[in-house]
Design a protein around this ligand. Structure first.
Ligand SMILES: Cc1cc2nc3c(=O)[nH]c(=O)nc-3n(C[C@H](O)[C@H](O)[C@H](O)COP(=O)(O)OP(=O)(O)OC[C@H]3O[C@@H](n4cnc5c(N)ncnc54)[C@H](O)[C@@H]3O)c2cc1C
Length: 374
């Protein structure tokens, strides 16, 4: 019997499992596909502290710092680059909104400087002259999300975690000694269990723990251009959109977030929505006019989940002693390693460095589920 089972091998599950093993527990990680093949491996890799919710700024600062230091705590290089981030407003209304949001983020410790067009153009010469105000966050950057699955696999093995990939958990049941996870490869047992199922948390929590936490599915589209000469230096964002763009060291520009694709975990049918994709690409060209000359090499989709209050759920699963949940973190690539560390601290009996996020607040009775439009 393992001390603890972690179900779901995205960034939340991998970092929790790794920290628990480093804390001396015998850990089993079970993942339906390969490690970090879902949201955690197909995301845009942006590590933007400057665009996180004010109340999550401290989590994002720690998360970003943990990506920078993976060689020290996980023994692999996640391709961290700190290049700075610039979020732009294009009219007075957007400028007001940007100022208000950034004030709240600054009050929570984000090192943000508000700059006018001239200074913004010194920081990022390629931006459109139509910007009227910008917020500059020097600690923003990116990491290589598509490489972290293999990085975590090595790290987990070195830490002694037993990994079952391509093993779907069909049910988790409570037993005298802890929990049993039913899979096509047999039943696995752990004294405790962590559910880290990403956008599938609603389904897993309802099926196995009888609690109802509505999770809204967001179908994000990410596009990558062909290799280009340098057209931008920073991670760029827009005050009114969740779209971000940045140029990698190999010259390709990644454009992710913004208007959404289609599909959700209930119906499946994930699809690119061409008019939304075009709107994202037009917006990117509006921000960096030089991008009009670029050709898109590839566009892909990935799905992530949000709770009704768009805040994380990290902590005890109510009514199930020894069972924990972690997920639904907006900007979860940036913040994930911090959340995994905090949950592991809690499970190991230490005081977490920052507060966890009690899932009880977003539980709704079965008959009152209100779906928030994605
Ligand atoms: C396209 C896209 C772009 C994004 N861009 C950014 C960005 O630039 N910056 C940023 O900070 N954040 C970004 N995000 C958000 C971020 O990627 C996610 O918040 C984060 O990766 C979620 O991690 P997770 O471990 O909770 O979920 P996941 O990575 O989805 O992992 C959950 C895992 O649980 C497994 N699982 C589910 N059910 C079972 C079962 N029954 N048995 C076994 N395993 C199961 C799944 O297979 C999956 O691997 C983006 C998200 C997407 C989709």
């Amino acid at each position: 019997m393992h001390d603890i089972m972690v179900i779901g091998g995205g960034v939340m599950g991998c970092t929790t499992a790794l920290r628990l093993a480093q804390g001396g527990l015998k850990v089993l990680l079970i993942e339906r596909e390969g490690l970090c093949m879902q949201a955690s491996g197909v995301n845009a890799g942006t590590l933007s502290v400057g665009i996180k919710r004010a109340s999550l700024i401290q989590y994002a600062i720690r998360g970003s710092n943990l990506w920078r230091t993976t060689p020290e705590w996980a023994g692999f290089d996640a391709g961290f680059h700190q290049i700075g981030g610039l979020t732009l407003a294009f009219n007075d209304e957007e400028a007001e909104m940007l100022t208000e949001r950034m004030d709240a983020r600054k009050a929570n410790g984000a090192p943000i400087e508000m700059v006018g067009l001239n200074r913004a153009k010194e920081i990022e010469p390629g931006i459109s002259n139509k910007a009227v105000l910008a917020a500059y966050c020097p600690i923003d950057g990116y990491a290589n999300s598509n490489e972290i699955g293999s990085g975590f696999r090595g790290a987990l093995k070195r830490a002694g975690v037993e990994i079952k990939e391509f093993t779907r958990v069909d049910g988790v049941e409570r037993e005298d000694q802890g929990y049993a996870a039913r899979t096509p490869a047999g039943i696995f047992r752990g004294k405790r269990v962590v559910i880290a199922g990403g956008v599938w948390l609603e389904e897993l929590l309802k099926r196995d723990f009888g609690i109802n936490i509505p999770i809204t599915c967001r179908t994000n589209m990410v596009s990558v251009t062909e290799r280009l000469p340098p057209v931008m230096r920073n991670v760029l964002g827009i005050a009114t959109s969740l779209l971000t763009l940045k140029q990698s060291t190999n010259g390709t520009v990644l454009i992710g977030g913004g208007w959404q694709g289609k599909g959700d975990t209930k119906r499946g049918g994930y699809e690119i929505v061409p008019e939304n994709l075009l709107s994202n690409l037009r917006l990117a060209c509006y921000v960096i006019p030089e991008l009009r000359k670029a050709r898109i090499a590839r566009t892909w989709l990935g799905i992530e989940g949000n709770t009704q209050d768009v805040m994380p759920i990290v902590g005890d699963i109510p009514g199930s002693p020894g069972a924990f949940v972690i997920g639904a973190v907006r900007g979860g690539f940036t913040i994930g390693p911090c959340m995994g560390m905090l949950l592991a601290q809690y499970i190991l009996g230490k005081e977490p460095e920052l507060p966890l996020f009690d899932p009880t607040r977003v539980i709704v009775p079965d008959d009152t589920i209100e779906r928030v439009a994605s």
